[in-house]
Structures are given as structure tokens and as C-alpha cells.
Ligand binder design. Structure first.
Ligand code: NAD
Length: 247
């Protein structure tokens, strides 16, 4: 039986990579999906793939760090879809650089997208979750938020912040039947990691007990679990999906 039959899921950063894999996995399990990414073109492409799986899809171009466009999008979604059952805060970026050389702009852009973006989108749907007395919030953090990484102090801070955010939201909304959990992916084959230099990739593989990078579908599987009835009693947790890299 479909695990998410007739549920409405909102996925940010759905245009490609992990977000796209989550959107398609949810649709394959019976959910209608609101695909949000920065460009209409990328949102449209994924929406077409969702519809090909027999589900309804909405495609929106929204910058998650822009409070006004997030609020407008949430109002439109709630008016058209009527409810939201699952929210996946997946949109994220990197602007790497050593601490000594990192510009204020690179710090701010990463925090605004990865952390403030999740705050704005979650806030925009919280009233609906509370009214429904149900909801699943899934935030895509990173193992870098657990252990840090040279050259990624902005990204690590944003992803560690997302874990604290998740736990606070889990505590705030639990009494109304809403859960909030985070997934901490390790190194996953997507456009974000495609630029890794060969030596760095080889060094990384040595640190991964399962001996390979993950696939976007591995994260989609974890997201499906957290959205499914099987995770009814799970909240405030960080599910690490990293081939055993951090243990
Ligand atoms: P990606 O770059 O392929 O996709 C990111 C998506 O987010 C894109 O669709 C992009 O348009 C969207 N996005 C970025 N900024 C946005 C904004 N301001 N508003 C709306 N959408 C925006 O990356 P990915 O590898 O698929 O990563 C997805 C998430 O998983 C990110 O949060 C990333 O930090 C996290 N993550 C990835 C890895 C990895 O190894 N790939 C590891 C750990 C965590």
C-alpha cells in the first residue's frame, strides 16, 4: 500500500539533487507534491515528473530566504491544496572558504538560505499544522553540522543551527501532533559534490566505512521513513545517512 496516500508534501530545493529525489519518492508513495526551487524552469521540470507518476504537482519559484515571497507562496499553496501534511526544508547552498578569508556576504548568504530559509518556510506553514493537529517537518542538515569541516564554517554553522532549530520546533509542536526531525546526509553524489577534486574524493572514501558516496535516493528513503506512519513516535531526532562516516 502507498505510504503517503493523498498527502500533500512541500519540498524546497526540489529542482534537482536530493530535493528532486525526495519529491519523486513521495509522489511514488501517493503524495501530491509542491515543488519549490529558485527558478520556475527547474520547479516545472520536477512537477512534470511528479505528474507522470499520477500525482498532482504545483511548481513555484521561491527564494526561501525572502520572507515576503515565502509568505505569499504558502498562502497560495494552502488556498489551492487546502492543507499541507509534510514539509521538507531541503534548499541549501555552499560558499566555501577559510575563516580568515571568508567574506561577510558568503557567511550571510549561506545562513540566510540554509537556516533562515528553513525558519521562514516552517513558520509560514505552522498555523496550518497546528490547526490540522498533524504534520511532519523534515529538515535536511548535514554531517558537517555535526563534526565541522575546514573551509565550511558558514555551512557547518548553518547545518548545526538547523539541528537546534529542529529540536526546538519538535518541542514546541509535539503537543499538537506535529513532528520535526533532521536528516544529516554524508557525502551524496549530486551537483553540489560533483566539483570535488579527485584527491579529496579519494581521501573522503577512506573515511566512509561503506566505501562509496551515497545517492540522492538514499536520502529520499530516509525522508520517506520520517514522513511515513512508521515514524509516528519519532521527533526531535537527527537521522545520519552517511555510509557510517560519523559514528
Ligand atoms: P543541489 O545544489 O543539487 O540542490 C539544491 C537545491 O536547492 C537546488 O534545487 C536549488 O535551486 C535550491 N536552492 C538553493 N538556494 C535556494 C533558495 N534560496 N531558495 C529556494 N531554493 C534554493 O544540492 P543537493 O546536494 O541536492 O543538496 C540538497 C540539500 O542537502 C542541501 O540543503 C544540502 O546542504 C544538503 N546536503 C547535501 C549533501 C551532499 O553531499 N550533496 C550532503 C549533506 C547535506
Amino acid at each position: 500500500m502507498s505510504q503517503l496516500a493523498n498527502q500533500i508534501a512541500v519540498v524546497t530545493g526540489a529542482g534537482r539533487g536530493i530535493g528532486r529525489a525526495i519529491a519523486l519518492k513521495f509522489a511514488a508513495e501517493g503524495a501530491d507534491v509542491v515543488c519549490i526551487s529558485r527558478t520556475q524552469e527547474n520547479s516545472d521540470k520536477v512537477a512534470v515528473e511528479v505528474r507522470a507518476l499520477g500525482r498532482r504537482a504545483w511548481a513555484l519559484a521561491v527564494d526561501v530566504s525572502d520572507s515576503l515571497s515565502v509568505t505569499a507562496a504558502a498562502e497560495k499553496i494552502l488556498a489551492e491544496a487546502g492543507r499541507v501534511d509534510i514539509l521538507v526544508n531541503n534548499a541549501g547552498i555552499t560558499r566555501d572558504g577559510l575563516l580568515m578569508r571568508m567574506s561577510d556576504a558568503d557567511w550571510d548568504t549561506v545562513m540566510d538560505t540554509n537556516l533562515k530559509g528553513a525558519f521562514l518556510v516552517t513558520k509560514a506553514f505552522t498555523r496550518a499544522f497546528l490547526k490540522q493537529r498533524s504534520g511532519r517537518i523534515i529538515n535536511i542538515s548535514s554531517v558537517i553540522g555535526l563534526i565541522g569541516n575546514p573551509g565550511q564554517c558558514n555551512y557547518a554553522a548553518s547545518k548545526a543551527g538547523l539541528i537546534g532549530f529542529t529540536q526546538s520546533v519538535a518541542r514546541e509542536l509535539a503537543s499538537r501532533g506535529v513532528t520535526a526531525n533532521a536528516i544529516a546526509p554524508g557525502f551524496i553524489e549530486t551537483d553540489m559534490t560533483a566539483e570535488l577534486k579527485e584527491e579529496l574524493r579519494a581521501a573522503l572514501l577512506k573515511q566512509i566505512p561503506l566505501g562509496c558516496l551515497g545517492k540522492a535516493e538514499d536520502i529520499a528513503g530516509a525522508a520517506l521513513y520520517l514522513a511515513s506512519p512508521a515514524a509516528r513516535y519519532v521527533t526531535g531526532q537527527v537521522l545520519t545517512v552517511d555510509g557510517g562516516m560519523v559514528m
